[in-house]
Design a protein around this ligand. Structure first.
Ligand code: NAP
Length: 457
């Protein structure tokens, strides 16, 4: 009976995970999807707690208290802008847990393991360990504790290849001879080392893809854990996590125009260092009064939010400006670039928080053809995602990255604090174009001033 109840709760959990993921594929159903997935996790936990013979409730309560305290503190204090590094840390925790379970399973059963279970444990420990250290390095880089540019050394490619070769060889030998404990220890140590060396040479610009890939590895490590300890919900949830992470990585590669192979084998490919693009012309400044008049008498205005909108927490202000414009009969749209901000869906989440209707959010392919007939494109703290060099300069490090072609709009107003560069560190020729005007200042303050000007126009 107990076994049936456990399997039933795992089945319900798996179904809820699948519906949760489906819900998360659209902004409108994302919140519901999140709640379904949370419910799924609760069912999985309840099922696991029913394993009376293997569960030690004292340890679980201790883990629950420590984990909940850390989680609550992180949830309350980590700002939205630091979400990528927070996610990296979460991956590290999850992967470390998978790795520890694998090490514990091996140490308890190494004398009696069959080939299949040894293979599953080996994979779990390999992926878990490399994801742990890889995610910690990603965290350190994203937090700015070390420089974000690629950290390389001479002969790194060959060294990394030898290292992964040694890990794979140990894994294969162990699968056939599980009792070689010394080899297991070597495999664990080399896997931890490989995680560090895998992420070190990857520049910050590629970090979102790497994080998504590490997420995928953590998921696959959990799936392997499921095989190792014969737990169905771990197999299903891990596989879902692994493959959704992989699909997301592929989509992000497309959006950033970075070949997956280049990111996967960071040290093997050539990750471009940021270089300056040649720019001509001058940056023209505009006053908020003049900008307000332009907006007030426009037919269509397209807002382009970017990372600066997130740092300034200007999502409510942009909504307020949109309201003021709509009251005057101006059509307002928002152009969303897939990698605007610092994580996938960053802008969607912020704008949803300010109750911007989803129907006003337009993806790149849809809005670009509309930009030439747009009177004013307002770029709010975005830079790389509107850099025309990606389209026009084949030598640019971001050449080929799809961009929002705001330079085709009749007029462009760029809201930023000063002459700071974007994530890629590149100069942006858009700011020097004759149809572009710069409105300097913190995005939120500039938007508040624009609201005033529009109301007075
Ligand atoms: P971006 O290229 O990083 O540019 C942000 C701009 O915002 C900067 O030029 C900065 O200029 C301005 N800014 C910063 N704080 C501001 C404030 N308080 N008020 C007004 N402006 C402010 O941003 P993006 O165009 O959104 O492009 C995203 C970049 O991040 C891409 O290169 C993408 O590949 C990368 N990335 C994306 C993800 C993802 O998954 N979405 C993850 C990691 C990295 P000033 O300093 O002059 O103000």
């Amino acid at each position: 009976m107990q076994q049936y109840l456990i399997e039933f709760s795992y089945l319900v959990a798996s179904i809820l995970f699948i519906f949760g993921l489906k819900g998360m594929s659209h902004p409108e159903s994302a919140r519901r999807g999140m709640h379904l997935a949370e419910l799924g996790m609760l069912m999985a936990i309840i099922g696991t707690l029913m394993h009376k013979e293997i569960v030690s409730y004292e340890w679980i309560i201790a883990g629950l208290l420590v984990g909940s305290t850390i989680g609550t503190i992180m949830g309350m204090w980590v700002p939205m802008t630091a979400m990528p590094q927070r996610t990296a840390l979460s991956h590290a925790f999850g992967a470390f847990a998978a790795s520890l379970v694998g090490i514990s399973e091996y140490s308890r059963h190494y004398a009696s393991l069959d080939h299949f279970h040894m293979g599953a444990i080996g994979l779990e420990v390999f992926l878990g360990s490399l994801t742990t250290t890889g995610s910690i390095v990603a965290f350190i880089k994203l937090q700015g504790l070390v420089r974000g540019t690629p950290i390389t050394f001479k002969g790194q490619n060959i060294f990394n290849m030898l290292l992964i070769g040694a890990v794979v060889t140990s894994f294969i030998v162990l699968t056939f001879s599980p009792s070689l404990t010394w080899l297991f220890i070597i495999m664990v140590v080399l896997s931890f080392a490989f995680g560090v060396l895998l992420v070190l040479p990857i520049g910050s610009a590629d970090m979102p893809v790497v994080m998504s890939l590490l997420n995928s590895y953590a998921g696959l490590a959990s799936a392997a854990t499921g095989f190792a300890i014969s737990n169905n919900v771990l197999i299903i949830a891990g596989t879902l996590d692994g493959f959704s992470g992989l699909i997301l990585s592929i989509l992000m590669c497309k959006a950033m125009n970075r070949p997956m192979s280049n990111v996967l084998f960071g040290a093997f490919g050539s990750v471009a260092e940021s270089t300056d693009a040649g720019t001509e012309g001058v940056m023209r400044e505009i006053s908020s009064e003049d900008a307000g008049v332009q907006l007030a008498y426009a037919r269509q205005v397209v807002f382009v939010p970017g990372y600066g909108l997130a740092t300034a927490q200007a999502q409510h202000a942009v909504r307020e400006l949109a309201n003021a414009l709509e009251e005057r009969g101006v059509t307002v749209k928002y152009a969303i670039h897939p990698v605007a901000g610092r994580m996938p869906g960053h802008m969607n989440v912020l704008l949803a928080e300010a109750n911007v209707p989803y129907s006003q959010l337009y993806e790149l392919e849809i809005i670009n053809p509309e930009l030439p007939s747009t009177d004013v494109a307002v770029v709010i703290g975005a830079n790389d995602v509107v850099n025309p060099d990606a389209r026009d300069n084949p030598n640019s490090p971001i050449a080929g990255m799809p961009i929002l072609e705001v330079d085709h709009a009749k007029s462009v107003i760029v809201l930023k604090r000063g002459k700071g560069r974007g994530f890629s560190g590149l100069e942006n020729p858009l700011f020097f174009k004759p149809n572009t005007n710069m409105l300097y200042g913190d995005a939120k303050e500039s938007l508040m001033r624009l609201i005033e000007s529009v109301r007075q126009a």
